[in-house]
Write a protein that binds this ligand. Sequence first.
Ligand code: LLP
Length: 417
Amino acid sequence: MSAFEYRDCTLYCEGVPAGELVAQFGTPLYVYSRSEIVTRFREFRSAFAALDPLIAFSVKSNGNLSVLRLLADEGAGADIVSGGELYRARLAGVPAERIVFSGVGKTVAELAAALEAGIYAFNVESAGELRELEGLGEATGVAAPIALRVNPDIESPTPHAYTRTGHRETKFGIPIEEALRLYRAAARTTGLRVRGIDVHIGSQILEVAPYVLAVQRVLEVVDELRREGIELEFIDVGGGFGIPYEGEPGVPAAKFGEALVPLLRETGLRVVLEPGRYIVGPAGVLLTRVLYIKDMGEKTFVITDAGMNDLLRPSHYASYHRVAPAEQHPERATITVDVVGPICESGDFLALDRAVEQPREGELLVIGEAGAYGFSMASTYNARPRPAEVLVDGENARLIRRRESYEDLVRGEVECL
Ligand code: LLP
């Protein structure tokens, strides 16, 4: 059962009504359910339990320190893509040996910091990055643990082109032929420690087949390396496991596990997985207040106090998030509206042509499935302070990030006046 449900027409997060949260913390407000995060993490882990994998939670999906701490306590590691995410993960208590570092544009300073921290592996995405790491390894006397992120050249079925990363036309990964050459060269160095192999084909994937195909391609590389005497320790299958956004049944982690566990188990390699959205997406909502209802004849606009700066996904990927009143009034008629924010852009919307219960000015709306890539993609565009974040645990709601202030907005600039 979801942690967000209506009781007598009032939306609750666990034991706390949405209205109470807003009375205490204001709007827009990101609300996460502790139990839902933990339940989803455990469900994911049990789907792959036979492999005893390292589950490196993808920090980019939700990097709040309290969320990271909660997952670290559950045994999760972290998939990071920047020095900032390394900082967050370490501050939240994620052990360095459970951290993998992906991304095409890691700076030398970021590589050096992660090497010094003692992370599990760098998922290397280019020959240039490998060269930098070799130099760092030699200079410090600590061989850099590496995996090459292979580009398997497959089309992954994601809802938007921006989140497809498995084919050749993207900037991600290294073509297989080149990866083989780089592995051979890396194995001869003292600055590098060849440790694994990595693939990540995209995000919000609701099919099992592309994973199977990607893993098969990667295992061909593993076999070839083995024939050449280069033994790997781990295979990282990446993240991307999708969630249902429109209330459809979705694909449980167990389905991915059923298909992948047998394939991976026979390799004898340690397995790393990098889920983000699957763990936190359904465990969070965004609460927003209706400011105005504007009837333009052709269209009715519901103007909310949350905009694209708070939740970018609808604008950026044309993605669907459920929108509903926090207090249901079943007697109300259903009308079709655009739910839009206060930002001065026509592309600022949370939902287009959406059938909703006739909204009223001043009422609260809930935007569903906002726990992943919600706050983490929020900005201060239009000089709007970013929202607060709250973690609900049973009857208790804990502020895990305070709402930004105007002072926060100008903090880095004041000394220049
Ligand atoms: N590992 C790597 C190397 C990644 O690039 C990503 C996501 C993940 C893991 C985690 O993927 P997940 O399990 O969360 O799907 N902002 C977009 C999603 C971009 C994902 C980027 N990489 C969105 O809001 O849909």
